[in-house]
Design a protein around this ligand. Structure first.
Ligand code: HEM
Length: 408
C-alpha cells in the first residue's frame, strides 16, 4: 500500500513531533504536499539525511530549474516559499558557482568579525534584560527577548544604524516570522527588504564602516573575481532571512527545554555548560526542522523507495536529530550530559553548511547564559503542552512564550 502523504502540521503543534510520529509509523521516506500543490519527498532518518547532505553537489543539485520543470516552467504563485526558490542566492547554487560565492563571502564574514561582535551582543542582551527589571507579571519572552536580539545582531553585523531603520527591518522580519502573512504579503515584504538593502549598500559605499556590508563592498572592489551588485544584495537578503528566525526560535526552544527539565537547567548553571545547551538544542529542539529541496541528478534508491531524478527531496533535520537508530531510545530527550554519538546535523552538512553557525552559537550562548544568569528562577507561565508553535516544515518555535521571571 502506498504511504499516505505527510500533512502540514496542525497550527500550534510542534512540526518536529508530526515528522517523528510519521517517521515511526511509516518509515523514513514520505511523500509530502505543501500549500500551492507543491509535491515533494521528506526524508527523516539520520543516515539518509547525512548521506544526502554529504552527497550535495555530486548526486544532488539545488538548481531551481528542476523545480520549475515540474511546474510548467514557473514557481506556483500561491507557494509561500517562492523567494527561497526564485531568489539568486547561495541556497539555489551548485558546485563552482556556489564555491565561488562562498569564498567571496568568507573574505568579509571572517571568524574575527564574528568574535569581534561578542561585546556588542553581550551589551544588547543586557539592555533587553535591563528593560525587564522589576517585571513581576507574565512576560512574553519572544516579544521581549528572543525576537529583538537576533535582528539587532544582524543589523549590527550589517552596520545598520540604530533607530528607525532597525525598527523597519525588525517589522519586516516579524511579518516573515509570524507565518500568518499571505504568499503575496510575504513576497512583498521580501521585495521591500531587497529594495531597502539596495539603497543601504549605496549609502555604505559613501560611508564605509567596520561591518559586513563594507567588507562585501571591498570584496567587490578587489581585482580578479568580483561580486556583482545583484549577488551582494542577495547575500545580505539571505543572511537576514536565514539568520533571524532560526536564532529567535533556537533560543526560545532551549528556554522551553530548560524550564521543563530543571535538573538540566541546574546542570547547565553549575557546570557553566551553555555550549552544551546550545548543541543539545540544535540536535533535539532545533529551530530548523527541514531544509529545502535537493534534486537527485539520477533516480535514487532510499530505503524501500525509488525517487525519480529531478523530484524535490526535503531534508528532515528534525527527524535526523531525534532518530533512535542513531541517538538511542531516548533520542527525543533533551539531555546535555549525553555523550555525542554522532555529530548533530542542526546546521546541515556539506557545501551548504550554515554560513552563520559561529555567530549563531555565540549569540545563543550569550543569550541563554545571560537570561538564566539574571533570572535563575525563570519559568513558563503556562503548561508545556499549551505552548503554541508556528506552523511550517522549515522552522519551529513558539509564536509566544509566556514566562514569569521570578526574583533576580
Ligand atoms: C544555511 C541552520 C543561523 C546564515 C543553514 C542550513 C541550516 C542552518 C540547517 C543548511 C541549509 C541547507 O542545507 O539547505 C541554522 C540554525 C541557526 C542558523 C539552526 C540558528 C540557530 C544562521 C545565522 C546566519 C545564517 C545567524 C547568518 C548570520 C545561513 C546561510 C545559509 C545557511 C547564508 C546558506 C549557506 C549555503 O547555502 O551555502 N543554516 N542557521 N544562519 N545559514 Fe544558517
Amino acid at each position: 500500500m502506498a504511504t499516505p502523504p505527510l500533512q502540514m502540521p496542525v497550527p500550534g503543534e510542534r512540526t518536529s513531533e508530526t515528522i517523528c510520529r510519521y517517521r515511526d509509523e511509516n518509515g523514513p521516506v514520505s511523500p509530502i504536499e505543501f500549500p500551492g500543490k507543491v509535491k515533494a519527498w521528506m526524508v527523516t532518518s539520520y543516515e539518509m539525511v547525512n548521506a544526502i547532505l554529504s552527497n550535495d553537489d555530486v548526486l544532488y543539485s539545488k538548481s531551481p530549474a528542476y523545480f520549475t520543470a515540474l511546474h510548467d516552467g514557473t514557481v506556483p504563485a500561491d507557494w509561500p516559499l517562492r523567494q527561497l526558490i526564485e531568489g539568486d542566492h547561495l541556497l539555489v547554487k551548485d558546485r563552482e558557482e556556489h564555491r565561488r560565492l562562498r569564498s567571496l563571502i568568507n573574505r568579509a564574514f571572517t571568524p574575527g568579525r564574528v568574535a569581534g561582535l561578542a561585546p556588542r551582543i553581550q551589551e544588547m542582551t543586557d539592555e533587553l534584560l535591563d528593560r525587564l527589571a522589576g517585571e513581576t507579571g507574565v512576560v512574553d519572552l519572544v516579544k521581549a527577548f528572543t525576537e529583538p536580539l537576533p535582528v539587532a545582531v544582524i543589523c549590527e553585523l550589517f552596520g545598520v544604524p540604530e533607530g528607525i531603520e532597525r525598527n523597519q527591518i525588525r517589522e519586516w522580519s516579524n511579518v516573515l516570522l509570524s507565518h500568518t502573512a499571505s504568499p503575496e504579503e510575504a513576497a512583498a515584504t521580501g521585495a521591500a527588504i531587497l529594495g531597502y538593502l539596495a539603497e543601504f549598500v549605496e549609502r555604505k559605499r559613501g560611508a564605509p564602516g567596520d561591518d559586513l556590508t563594507t567588507g562585501l563592498i571591498k570584496a567587490q572592489e578587489d581585482d580578479g573575481d568580483r561580486l556583482s551588485d545583484e549577488e551582494m544584495l542577495w547575500i545580505l537578503w539571505l543572511v537576514l532571512i536565514a539568520g533571524h528566525e532560526t536564532t529567535v526560535h533556537l533560543i526560545a526552544n532551549a528556554v522551553i527545554a530548560l524550564c521543563t527539565d530543571r535538573e538540566q537547567l541546574a546542570m547547565a548553571q553549575e557546570r557553566d555548560a551553555w555550549d552544551q545547551v546550545v548543541e543539545e538544542a540544535l540536535r533535539s529542539r532545533n529551530s530548523v526542522v527541514g531544509v529545502l529541496f535537493r534534486y537527485p541528478n539520477e533516480d535514487v534508491r532510499l530505503g524501500e523507495t525509488t525517487i525519480p531524478a529531478g523530484e524535490p527531496i526535503m531534508v528532515g533535520i528534525a527527524g535526523a536529530g531525534t532518530d533512535p537508530a542513531t541517538f538511542g531510545a531516548d533520542a527525543g530527550r533533551f539531555d546535555i550530559s549525553r555523550g555525542a554519538r554522532e555529530p548533530h546535523l542542526g546546521f546541515g552538512r556539506g557545501p551548504h553548511f550554515c554560513l552563520g553557525a559561529p555567530l549563531a552559537r555565540l549569540e545563543c550562548r550569550i543569550a541563554l547564559a545571560s537570561l538564566f544568569g539574571r533570572y535563575p528562577d525563570l519559568d513558563l507561565a503556562i503548561k508545556e503542552d499549551e505552548v503554541g508553535y508556528t506552523s511550517s516544515f522549515i522552522t519551529e518555535g513558539p509564536s509566544a512564550l509566556p514566562v514569569v521571571l521570578g526574583p533576580r
